[in-house]
Design a protein around this ligand. Sequence first.
Ligand SMILES: [Zn+2]
Length: 174
Amino acid sequence: MTLRPIILHPDPRLKKLCSPIGRVTPDIESLAADMLATMYEAPGVGLAAPQVGVIQRLFVMDCTKDPEAPPKPMVLINPEILWQSDEPNTYEEGCLSFPDLYAEVTRPAQVRAEWTDLGGKRQTGDFEGLWATCLQHELDHLNGVLFIDHIGPMKRQMFTRKMVKLKRERAREA
Ligand SMILES: [Zn+2]
């Protein structure tokens, strides 16, 4: 298991439409294990393959809030949303590609999704609360859509300016 560097916005790899995964190969299995380790280490509740430079339709998440509860790592390959509620939910979202930046995003409160698991089996599940928010945020990543695409243009530009500055500072330190 290897921790993979997380790509920071702005980066063209975060704007790409990711390709479907044909078969769960050992490479996909180790990608998923690396991504889960990277996500827990960050720490974060979700991480999509393009955030580690892999332009394929896979993300990992674990939105277990209770630190005493056992972890619930999920790997979703070729995920699709089958149904979403009319009822909205607003959540203050962050993203591992935007360290320390948070913004309120409104999305459907509940979703039903379908995905392929690491065993190659198609699964269906219902999600609500942070799980539903996270699933939609991560699925957006696979379509080159970022959480800042859901907020106003002023705030979006401010976030991008802050990230450009952060990346410049990090490049200077490196
Ligand atoms: Zn994100």
